[in-house]
Design a protein around this ligand. Sequence first.
Ligand SMILES: [Zn+2]
Length: 319
Amino acid sequence: MVHDGVLGVDVGGTHIRAAAITLEGKVIARRQTACRAVEGFEAVVARLAATVAEAAEAGGLPPDAPVGVALPGPVNPHTGVLGLAPNLPGWHDVPVRDVLTARLGRPVIAGNDLNVAALGEWRYGAGKGLRHLIFLGVGTGVGGGVIVDGQLLQGRDGLATEPGHMVVSLDGPPCHCGGRGCLEAFAAGWAIARDARQLLDSGMPSVLTEMQAERGEELTGAMVTGAAQNGDGLALEVMTRVGHALGLGIASLVHIFNPEIVAIGGGVATAGEVLFGPLRAALDAQLMAPFAVGLRVVPSALVEDAGLLGAGVLAAGAE
Ligand SMILES: [Zn+2]
């Protein structure tokens, strides 16, 4: 039986995930494979094509069902060329739309993964039925996407938006982008680990000392988040600073875009009240009153499927 539907693909540094999706946003079949990005462009494209073919067959989709692809880097919406994607060696300045269209034999639209996640969250998740949404992904990095008046904001070259590199502090810590004081330099996993390490080095007691010794691992953002949820003082201090930085960043975004909802996804966003408490306090203190009326700040409803379902939204526009 042949179904109406589209294909969504989410390409990350570790996995390629593909799904057959109905036009109502229901996943009817999904397949996943290791990305093994170090093997380079050709090898990853071959695995992507195989995974898409399996998902299409399992979902009973016709050979011309369109494909949306979420990639970990900016894609120019006019040329379909992928810009810098640090997690995909060999993909820099590649015409991904044309290459994948030829390889898959289907219409393809590609986009930046966090813009795509914003589309998914807007159409099928926390922003369903609304017209103005900001999506933030807070995990190993900080990124996001903005929907204004029912349209994804992409800018001249598809580089918009990079809320993680919005400056939230004068003289703040250095960021991976080369700037200083960016939101990412306070809220990404690596920044959380850095702050916790600094407090540990200053002699502050914490369960993180034992956790690190037991596991023999580098401190991670996830370890700090977990310790904060268990009431560890040092970890709580770190997460309070993270929430504060996110609250200030979100206040700036809300002042610029006046959204109805801000949805927060990514690993750090699963921290719960240890993050959202200080985040809301900073946001309330910073926000001008009219912007706060009716504004909702919520965890992502789609969680890790935001990118996959958003790729389906892209695909629906690919015919
Ligand atoms: Zn930065």
